[in-house]
Structures are given as C-alpha cells and as structure tokens.
Design a protein around this ligand. Structure first.
Ligand code: 2AL
Length: 242
C-alpha cells in the first residue's frame, strides 16, 4: 500500500475535499490518498504574502506526515509554496502541482499556455516556468481575474473555459496548464472545448508522486535537501524546532 498526502496549502476545506476527490479518481486502488489543509494559514493563496504565510502550515503537515510514515506528498497550490523546504523534511518524494503540470505539458506538446486566477499571480507562474526550465515552452500566462474561492461558482467554469480557448488560439499552444488547484475538476470540460490536452496539476502530481514511490525513488538527502541543521526557533515558530 502507498500512502500519499495531498496538502492543500490554503485552509478552504471545500477546496481540499475537491482536491482529494480529483487525486483519488486517478490514484491506483492500492494507494491511500489523504487530503489535508494546514491548521493555520490563509483561506486562499493569491499573493506573495499569502504564499509566505502558507508555508509554515505546509511544513507542519509534512512533519506530521513523516511521523505517520507517509510515502510521498503533493503540494496542491500552483505557487508550489514551500517546495524546497518540504523536500528537506520529507524522506519520500514531494512534487508541486505547477512543477508536475509543466513537466506533463512538455511531454505532450511543444508549447503550453497557463491560465491562472488573478493578474497578480502571473509573475509567479512565469518565475516557476523559469525555475523548472520551461520558460521557452511556456507561450503565455493568462489571468481570468477570478479570486480562488470564487472558482466554485458555475459561471467561473465558463469564464475559465473561454479564456483557455482564447489562450490556445493566441499563443498557438499545444496544451493548457490550469493554474490553480481550485480548477482541478475543470480539465475534462476545458479539454473538450479547446481540443488540446489540458493538465490539472493535482492529478498530474498525484500520479507523478505515486510513480516515484512505486519506482522506489526518494528525495536525495546527500546535500541541499538533507534535513535542516537543528537550531532554536523562537516565538510563534518555536514548535518548528527540529
Ligand atoms: C492558487 C492555488 O492553486 N490555490 C490557491 O489558494 N491559490 N493558485 C492561484 N493561481 O491563485
């Protein structure tokens, strides 16, 4: 049995439930998927401030997962908050949804478009495309200007779908990457309307982590991703002392 922990770094529990359903829909029958939100943090992540303050909650969930013997983790927010720090804490693989979706997109076509939430998140998506080595394949990042928690509204699905169709046309893309975990259940519909593969990072990261665990591959612990050196943490962060 493989135990995967899918961490929604925001505290919106309805979104966590939807993320869990999407991950379970693609996981093998022998894989147990636990979907969680941290006990502290922002209710949605759509700024650098939100992202920075989401990271302690994500790391607390990774630390708890290590005590529970979790085999691998998905960080289910498109900014991939705390990814490197999570890898330092975890023995098993940790994959972010932006990272997984961009990797998958480049296996399916030459160029992809990202459709994200607010305009202010466009820069972060580009930062990640550069970081992961996919800046040349990323043909455009487009914002629907719908806040994360409003994606549940049925009208949002239509707006996102229309933007994806326009993005494929404008960018000449071969694939679309959905830029928010709140769009996880949009992929089939958007794919039908655009006629191109549409990658939701939650499902892509779930299958990627599951594959790495099946292959017996774990996070490299020799250097940068070794457990952090023990030291005191003070104030609100005192419980983060290793
Ligand atoms: C996200 C996401 O995936 N979860 C969240 O709270 N914010 N991404 C985004 N582009 O706004």
């Amino acid at each position: 049995m493989t135990h995967l922990k899918v961490i929604n770094p925001n505290t919106a529990l309805a979104m966590t439930a939807s993320i869990g359903r999407c991950a379970r829909a693609v996981a093998c029958p022998s894989t147990v998927v636990t979907a969680v939100s941290p006990s502290m943090g922002p209710e949605s992540i759509e700024s650098h401030y939100d992202e920075a303050l989401a990271v302690p909650g994500v790391l607390a969930e990774i630390a708890a997962g290590e005590r529970e013997g979790v085999d691998g983790y998905v960080i289910a927010c498109f900014g991939d908050p705390g990814l490197d720090a999570a890898r330092e804490l975890a023995a098993g693989p940790v994959v972010g949804i932006a990272e997984a979706a961009m990797h998958a997109a480049t296996l399916l076509g030459r160029g992809f478009s990202v459709v994200t939430t607010l305009s202010r998140t466009v820069g972060r998506a580009w930062d990640l495309a550069h970081r992961y080595g996919f800046a040349a394949a990323c043909r455009g990042v487009h914002a629907c200007d719908i806040p994360v928690l409003d994606l549940e509204d049925p009208a949002a699905r239509k707006t996102v779908t229309e933007l994806c169709v326009a993005a494929v046309e404008r960018d000449g893309s071969d694939a679309v990457v959905l830029g928010c975990a709140g769009m996880a259940d949009f992929a089939a519909e958007v794919s039908e309307e655009t006629g191109v593969p549409v990658i939701d990072g939650v499902t892509a990261a779930t299958k990627l982590v599951e594959s790495l665990v099946t292959l017996g591959l774990r996070t490299g612990k020799r250097g940068e991703y070794a457990l952090p050196r023990p030291k005191r943490y003070s104030g609100l962060l005192r419980d983060f002392t290793i």
